[in-house]
Design a protein around this ligand. Structure first.
Ligand code: NAG
Ligand code: NAG
Ligand code: NAG
Ligand code: NAG
Ligand code: NAG
Ligand code: NAG
Ligand code: NAG
Ligand code: NAG
Length: 341
């Protein structure tokens, strides 16, 4: 066989005048040689490694990234979910995000706004489940599933999802595993939306009212963290907590430092920082978020109704005491109206 091959190669250099038939023979021999060499290759590789090569080829990225600016490439993904097929949207780029927040910072409202966008799926507080956050391997497994578009929730959209994420509270295993999580986010090109509240006193009132309702279940025996009607909101806002002014300042300080430390530890992640107060007073801040996620600008809507709309002085039982405790301190600004509804 090798001899024939050599002969064929030799024949190629035959004079120009050789008849067509001879050329055909040379061509046939060349093809045979090719097939032979190829089959030898396959035999040597063995069927296992061969199928591995084929698989790698199939899994290789078929989508054209050339229109993506180089600085964006790490953040552009083409997931291939195993639970369904993305069909014609296979090459629609997908951005990975996480809303990083703390309880009663408006993140529930914010998430419903994002989910009203046809190309955004934010899957809620998936790490409120203790088992999923019990250790880093469990966390990574969950993250992999979400970012592979295989997490099924009421927020799941169609094949053309362009931004996939969820809501993560700092105390849901995020602070506890911050180093590994920042690594994961940087490695996999996940962006973070830091959503926090400036007025920690208002946040505290909201937390106390929410805990109160968790216990009393004021709306026909069900606890609701978020409401959809003004009537429900008014019922929940009736509760006026009494604050312990002895521990108030240290509580505020603790909450403030907890968040600051967390953000310092997560700052290597690509991120945008949004404050709840800014969103309330200026909805165009939302467009900044859409631009950050690289999804088309659209009007976003939410059915959530704000619970506490009255001035703080009407929402705290011992307002005078609280005022005196904070007046003249670094938290004095929390006493003032910082937004108008
Ligand atoms: C990728 O897209 C660019 C611009 O649309 C085009 O010039 C290029 O030929 C495409 N490459 C492939 C491999 O399809
Ligand atoms: C958004 O979703 C629509 C409808 O599914 C789709 O036609 C469009 O291509 C998507 N946009 C992006 C940027 O993926
Ligand atoms: C991590 O947590 C999961 C779920 O709680 C558990 O099944 C698994 O054994 C844990 N893994 C390690 C390494 O601790
Ligand atoms: C997601 O869940 C819904 C209902 O829970 C179900 O109808 C749907 O088929 C599921 N989708 C996938 C892809 O598993
Ligand atoms: C729940 O309570 C409200 C008044 O608090 C009432 O108007 C409504 O009909 C009740 N709904 C149900 C399902 O019981
Ligand atoms: C207020 O907080 C202080 C310090 O934590 C505590 O010693 C005190 O018992 C608290 N007072 C009330 C009424 O809970
Ligand atoms: C509202 O937010 C946008 C985008 O962040 C900003 O450009 C604009 O100046 C803000 N407007 C006001 C009145 O603060
Ligand atoms: C707040 O403190 C300032 C001095 O720091 C004092 O002049 C002012 O009267 C205080 N306000 C109230 C309402 O007590």
């Amino acid at each position: 066989m090798v001899a024939i091959c050599l002969q064929g190669a030799f024949d190629l250099k035959a004079p120009k005048k050789s008849p067509i038939a001879l050329r055909m023979v040379v061509l046939a021999v060349t093809i045979l040689c090719g097939v032979f060499i190829c089959s030898m290759c396959m035999k040597q590789l063995g069927s296992e490694s061969w199928s591995r090569i084929v698989k790698i080829e199939v899994a290789a990225q078929p989508c054209n990234k050339s229109t993506v600016p180089p600085s964006e490439v790490p953040f552009v993904h083409y997931p291939q979910p195993i639970t369904y097929n993305r069909d014609e949207c296979m090459c629609n780029p997908v951005r990975f995000f996480t809303i990083i927040s703390s309880q009663r910072s408006g993140s529930g409202w914010f998430e419903t706004l994002l989910n009203s966008h046809i190309n955004i799926s934010s899957n809620g507080e998936i790490f409120s489940n203790k088992e999923r956050r019990s250790n880093i391997s469990s966390i990574v497994k969950t993250l992999d599933k979400v970012y592979n578009l295989d997490w099924n929730s009421s927020a799941s959209k169609n094949e053309c999802t362009a931004a996939i994420g969820f809501k993560w509270m700092l105390n849901q295993g995020l602070v506890a595993n911050h180093a590994e999580i920042a690594d994961y986010f940087n490695r996999r090109g996940v962006s973070a939306i830091f959503l926090f509240r400036r007025n920690l006193l208002r946040q505290l009132i909201s937390q106390l009212a929410n805990n109160h309702d968790r216990y009393l279940k004021q709306l026909n025996g069900t606890h609701k963290a978020h409401v959809h009607t003004r009537d429900e909101a008014n019922i929940l806002a009736k509760y006026k907590p009494r604050l312990n002014t002895t521990s108030l300042i240290s509580n505020l300080k603790q909450a403030d430092e907890y968040t600051r430390d967390a953000l310092r530890n997560l700052k290597s992640i690509r991120h945008i920082t949004i404050y709840y107060e800014d969103l309330i007073s200026n909805r165009t801040r939302l467009l900044d978020v859409l631009d950050f996620l690289k999804v088309p600008r659209r009007k976003l809507v939410s059915r959530h109704v704000k619970i506490h709309t009255r001035p703080l002085s009407e929402q705290i039982e011992n307002w005078d005491e609280v005022y005196n405790a904070l007046n003249g301190t670094q938290y004095e600004s929390f006493l003032n109206a910082d937004y108008r509804i």
